[in-house]
Write a protein that binds this ligand. Structure first.
Ligand SMILES: Cc1cc2nc3c(=O)[nH]c(=O)nc-3n(C[C@H](O)[C@H](O)[C@H](O)COP(=O)(O)OP(=O)(O)OC[C@H]3O[C@@H](n4cnc5c(N)ncnc54)[C@H](O)[C@@H]3O)c2cc1C
Length: 420
């Protein structure tokens, strides 16, 4: 609150102070696995209300923050993951978080293509682009993977890989759902994957606008908060021309720059995804952006792009934690990787919807296969850098809380928000 005192100027101080109870709950979150589970079973909105957070702070600060941080409103989110997000991004690491946008082309072209070229040339990796895993078949004793069936999306060609040492399932819930539906033997051998496949996912829409004039908006990164026309979605917009002042031409695909380039993402966006591209662009240019700056009304859209990503983002709903896929599954040679994976004793400090978490989990998945000698990778396990340590007041607060709360709970008393 102190660090952002100048940012939320419209929120009265008494509303801001009402968040204090949540700070206590954050200290309580990791007291034990059981307590974490209880917070996970609660939805964030109920927790906020029970903690006495003011309606205004919930609606004007927490709700829009969650819509862009976890892509859902608080009533649809696990209170545990909500607190993880707020602690990780807003409290502990505010100064390590920055906005970066690729200037030109895409992340696939800039990051993944060179990485995959390097792995192909140095480590003989075979990359099958545009190909989905359709089915995983198990050996007769259900202990090993006997084959993996793949399908090229464009050509519909099917390919089978036999002699599989290990499988890293680095798919989201949508992918896992499709895979489990086609893999009855795997479903039987690893029921936890069936459970994970039953979780929900979130629709995302992203739009990019190239305008015929520069709009001098105060901040390059912005959150849309509480707009009727968002139809329940969360939204952000980024002024790419401001973030990349030195690369205007690249933003315009090497053509003559004409004005601002705006990238906007909508989360929890099922209703927006159902609109036509033109309707989405009109909504942005006529309803949403002009509220941030009236000059948007006069700007003409020179070019635009709208993309839809149905069911592409993990939904951390109340009670979802126990269903999320584990790093190591019941089948020894199958591991999971991704932002929604529970890492057990390898759990990392990067939380929630986060590339760092997905990346670390991928490293841990590989390390696990090497450590258990399922694949031959002696000395090739990859170090994982921890996030920086919690600040002393957090460590002390957690220790004191445990000291006080464990004996109280042993007497059968509960924190009021756990009483339904
Ligand atoms: C609009 C938006 C903005 C975001 N901003 C940020 C940010 O600023 N910082 C940040 O850290 N995180 C951000 N995130 C979150 C981040 O993108 C995710 O946390 C991260 O991508 C999760 O990685 P993952 O590997 O778990 O899953 P994914 O990235 O979803 O990867 C899963 C992959 O599996 C593939 N797949 C599915 N089914 C199959 C199959 N059968 N066979 C083969 N492949 C399959 C999919 O095509 C997909 O490529 C953002 C997300 C969105 C949507």
């Amino acid at each position: 609150m102190v660090a952002t005192i100048t940012n939320f100027t419209r929120l009265p101080i008494q509303d801001r102070l009402s968040i204090a109870g949540l700070l206590y709950a954050m200290l309580d979150l990791y007291r034990s696995d059981k307590i974490f589970q209880q917070y996970d079973d609660l939805d964030a909105q109920s927790l906020f209300v029970k903690l006495g957070i003011s309606e205004r702070l919930i609606n004007e600060f927490l709700r829009p923050t969650l819509l862009v941080g976890l892509f859902k409103p608080p009533e649809e989110l696990s209170a545990a993951v909500t607190m993880e997000l707020l602690y990780y991004y807003a409290l502990a690491h505010q100064d390590s978080f920055d906005v970066r946008w690729i200037k030109s082309k895409s992340i696939a072209e800039h990051l993944f293509a060179p990485l995959s070229r390097r792995l192909i040339s140095r480590h003989h990796l075979q990359v099958l682009g545009g190909t989905l895993v359709k089915r995983v078949t198990m050996s007769s004793d259900s202990q090993r993977v006997s084959s993996v069936e793949l399908k090229n999306v464009a050509t519909q060609t099917v390919q089978v890989i036999d002699d599989v040492d290990a499988v890293v399932l680095a798919v989201g819930v949508k992918g896992l759902k499709a895979l489990m539906a086609q893999s009855p033997e795997l479903s039987k051998a690893a029921p936890e994957l069936v459970s994970a496949a039953s979780l929900g996912a979130i629709d995302v829409v992203s739009a990019r606008l190239w305008l015929d004039r520069y709009v001098p908006i105060a901040y390059p990164a912005n959150v849309f908060s509480r707009f009727e026309s968002l139809k329940g979605a969360g939204g952000t917009f980024f002024m790419l021309d401001q973030l990349h002042q030195d690369a205007q031409q690249a933003l315009w695909g090497d053509e003559q720059p004409q004005g601002s380039v705006v990238a906007s993402d909508f989360y929890n966006a099922s209703a927006i995804a159902a609109m036509s591209d033109q309707e989405i662009i009109d909504r942005l240019t006529h309803d949403l952006l002009p509220i941030a700056h009236p000059e948007f009304t006069n700007a003409r859209v020179v070019d635009s792009e709208v993309r839809r990503y149905p069911g592409s983002v993990s939904l951390f709903s109340p009670g979802s934690f126990r269903k999320r896929p584990p790093l190591e599954t019941s089948v020894e040679s199958i591991v999971c990787a991704g932002d929604w994976v529970r890492m057990g004793d390898k759990e990392h400090g990067a939380k929630a919807l986060c590339q760092e978490r997905a990346y670390v989990c991928g490293l841990e998945a590989g390390n696990s296969l090497i450590r258990r000698k399922i694949v031959n990778g002696a000395d090739h396990s990859h170090p994982v850098l921890p996030i920086r340590a919690d600040e002393p007041q957090v460590v002390l607060g957690r220790a004191l809380n445990k000291l006080v709360m464990d004996p109280i709970e042993a007497l059968g008393l509960k924190l009021p928000w756990f009483n339904s």
